[in-house]
Design a protein around this ligand. Sequence first.
Ligand code: C2E
Ligand code: CA
Ligand code: CA
Length: 368
Amino acid sequence: VLQEIARRIAGFSADHGSVARLGGDVFGLLVGERGRAASVDIEVRISEVIEACQRPVQAGRKTFECEVSAGVAVSGLDGQDARSLLSHAEIAMHRAKKSPSQRVQFFATEFGDQVLHRQELIQSLKTAIENRQLQLYFQPQFDRLRRNTGYEALLRWHHPLLGPISPAEFIPLAEETGLIVKIGDWVLEQAVATLKEWSEQGFSGRIAVNVSALQLHDPGFADRLSALLESRGVSARLLELEITETALMHDIELAMTTLNRFRELDLTLAVDDFGTGYSSLAYLKALPVSRIKIDRTFVTGLPDNEQDQALCRTIITMAHTMGCEVIAEGVETEAQASWLALAGCDELQGYLLGKPALKGFLPENIDI
Ligand code: C2E
Ligand code: CA
Ligand code: CA
C-alpha cells in the first residue's frame, strides 16, 4: 500500500517538486519554486494529491482505502529553513488529522505554542517516574454507617516548573503516547505495596485503582498483576480496578482475554462514571463487575433535582439486581449523603467525607 501511495504522490512531484517518505505513513512533498506558489494554488494541488491517494489501493487480494491528511508550511512565511518548515508542516498535518472535515491544514503560529507545550509535557512525563514526580493520593470511601471501607488511589504529577498538573490533563497524554502502560504499572505497584503496609497495621479495607483500557489490552496484564499481589502476599480481593464505563464498553473485545482471566484470579472491576456512557447490560452481566460508581454529575443535583433522583434510584436498583454494590462519587453535602443512603446506595465518596491525600496525611476514620 505504501509503495502504491508513494508512486501516486511521486506522479505529482514529477512536474513540480520532490517527494520523500519521512517515516511510517508520512510523506513530504516539496511544491513550487521560491516565491512562485500562491497558497490557493497549493491548496488545489494538495487536494489533487489527496484525491489520488484516497482512490482504493489493490494489494494482493485485498482492497484498501486510505484516509489522507495534509499539513502545509510556506517557506518564508512559516519558516526559513528545512527543519522548521518540516516540523511546522507536521504540526499542521496533525491538526488536519484531528479535524473531520478539513483534509488540508495550513500552519498557523498559534499551533506551535500548543504543540510545544504538549511535546514538553510528553517529554517530562517520560521521566516523571524516575524523577520521583508522581505520587499516589488516596481518597477514603465509606459505607452507609460511615465506616471506612477503602480508598481510591488517585495519581498526582508535580512538575518541577509547571507545578501540579491534573490527571485530567496528563492521563489523556499518557494514553495517547502509550506511556500509561508504564505509569499504570507504577500505580499498581504502589497501591499493592500500600495494601501490604496497611494490612500489617490491621486495616482490612480495599484500594481501588483507576486503569485505562490500554492496560487491559495487554493479554498478560491479569497474570502480571496476580503475580505482583502474590509476591507481596496481598489478596486479590483487596484490590479493585476502576475502569470508566465508556472505556470498558468501547474496547471490550480487545480487553476480553484480560477480563475473562480476572474472574479466575479473583480480581474485580468497579465501573467508573456510570451513567455517562452506554453500557450493554449483557456485557455487564458477563464481566466480573462488583461495583458500580454513580458519576458525580448525577450526585450534584441531589437531593432536589427530580431527574437526578430518578437516575440514581434506577442505577441503584439495576446494580443491586445484578448483584453489584453501588458507590456514589462526588458527595459534597450532608443532604446528598443522607438522600443516597436512604435510597439504598451502599457506599459514599466525596469531599464531604474526605479529600484525596497522601497516605501519611489521611484523617482517622470518621465517627458518626
Ligand atoms: P475519577 O476516577 O472519576 O476520579 C474522581 C475525581 O473526582 C478525582 O479527581 C477526585 O479528586 C475528584 N473528587 C473526589 N471527590 C470529589 C468531590 O466531592 N467533589 C468534586 N468536585 N470532585 C471530587 P482527580 O484526582 O483530578 O482525577 C481525575 C481523573 O483522572 C480520575 O477521574 C481518573 O479518571 C483519572 N485518574 C486519576 N488517577 C489515575 C490513575 O492512576 N490511572 C488512570 N488511568 N487514571 C487516573
Ligand atoms: Ca475513579
Ligand atoms: Ca469517576
